[in-house]
Design a protein around this ligand. Structure first.
Ligand code: TRP
Length: 350
């Protein structure tokens, strides 16, 4: 197997076409992804497969930073893989795998941790936020979380990393770590670029549109899950917070609720804000909310059907993950061996 991920579908050898850029991204199995995760991440992952060599990962090790019921974590990991497949991740063209199935990530993580400063990690806003949220469990993993994430990315020499805006600081530290390592030990890592989609990168809460939509919000009406059925989706959009003006107009500052619904509508229809305003001119919020809900349901319901079908075939999902781990490991193991050699670890007899 060459360094390039082979395209098994077209059967083309990597040499026959210019080398495609590589993408790596990850999503944690901490609960069912929301509409925000779908629009901001999952949907783009599927689209990017046409133009890039893609590796997509269920980041189960990162989920251990928050205490979880073991059986639930295991179940959610498989469910998330099935959902990604249902959403169009092609396991032949791309590499779909579970982070803990590729031990090289943690192997690289240690070396990177030894090249990351306490001060840099202390400044991470996510660490500060999460330790404030779980003061009873400010563990070492929470602190070194960005180092493992850097390992996830650098171990594949990923060129691009699609992430939400909340992850851009993690990407910056990844670049800092890579740069420092390259300076000390010679060119080793590709400096990855963030790939933050312009439109719809951030879907806000339906209840408090100043906050990001989050599956951990105690108010279930504040988010739409990728697995919510049509009736639930309609009900949640009907309850979405708007304002008293009664006109569909894009103004994030003064009309955050309506603007968020417009962003969602635009993300699914591709329509420009001005066209959406024209479409609903003179109509009430009721009509508008229903249109948004129906559009979202029309997009999600087919994925849900596919998800049910795929999840019922555990052996298939597990087989995909086994193949993905093997393909990812081939790339990752080679990089770890190179790094271990560079930092002066004695190579074991092979
Ligand atoms: N930290 C990311 C999140 O919570 C998930 C993640 C883990 C990730 N490793 C990654 C994303 C590597 C991109 C690249 O969203």
């Amino acid at each position: 197997m060459s360094e390039t991920i082979q395209n098994n579908q077209t059967g083309q050898t990597p040499q026959a076409q210019p080398k495609r850029k590589r993408i790596l991204s990850g999503i944690q199995p901490t609960g069912t992804p929301t509409l925000g995760n779908y629009v901001g991440a999952v949907r783009n992952w599927a689209l990017l497969q046409n133009d890039y060599d893609c590796l997509y990962m269920v980041a189960d090790l990162h989920s251990l930073t928050v205490r979880e019921e073991p059986a639930a974590l295991r179940r959610r990991t498989r469910e998330l893989a099935a959902l990604l497949l249902a959403a169009g991740i092609d396991p032949v063209n791309s590499v779909l795998f579970v982070q803990s199935h590729v031990p090289a990530h943690t192997q690289l993580s240690w070396v990177l941790a030894c090249n990351t400063q306490f001060g840099e990690l202390s400044r991470m806003t996510q660490f500060k936020d999460k330790s404030a949220k779980h003061p009873d469990n400010v563990n070492g993993g929470l602190f070194t979380y960005p180092v493992l994430m850097a390992a996830d990315i650098l171990i594949y020499n990923a060129d691009l990393v699609p992430v939400g805006q909340d992850q851009t600081q993690h990407l910056e530290i990844t670049r800092d770590i890579a740069q420092r390592f390259n300076n000390l030990y010679g060119p080793t890592f590709t400096l990855p670029e963030g790939y933050v989609p312009a439109a719809g990168a951030k879907i806000m809460s339906l209840a408090e549109p100043a906050k990001k939509m989050s599956k951990s919000d105690p108010n279930v009406n504040s988010f739409v899950l990728m697995t919510d059925d049509r009736d639930t989706i309609v009900r949640k959009f009907k309850r979405a917070v708007t304002d008293s003006e009664g006109s569909v107009r894009f103004d994030v500052q003064n009309k955050p609720g309506v603007s968020n619904l417009m962003t969602i509508y635009s993300a699914f229809t591709g329509k420009a804000m001005a066209d959406i305003e024209a479409e609903f001119a003179g109509k009430g919020y009721g009509d508008f909310k229903l249109a948004v809900a129906e559009t979202v349901a029309d997009a999600l319901v087919p994925i849900q059907t596919e998800y049910g079908r795929i999840l019922a075939d555990k052996a298939y999902v597990d087989g995909v993950l086994k193949d993905g781990a093997a393909r990812a490991s081939r790339l990752a193991d080679r990089l770890v061996a190179k790094v271990y050699r560079k930092v002066g670890l004695l190579q074991p007899e092979r």
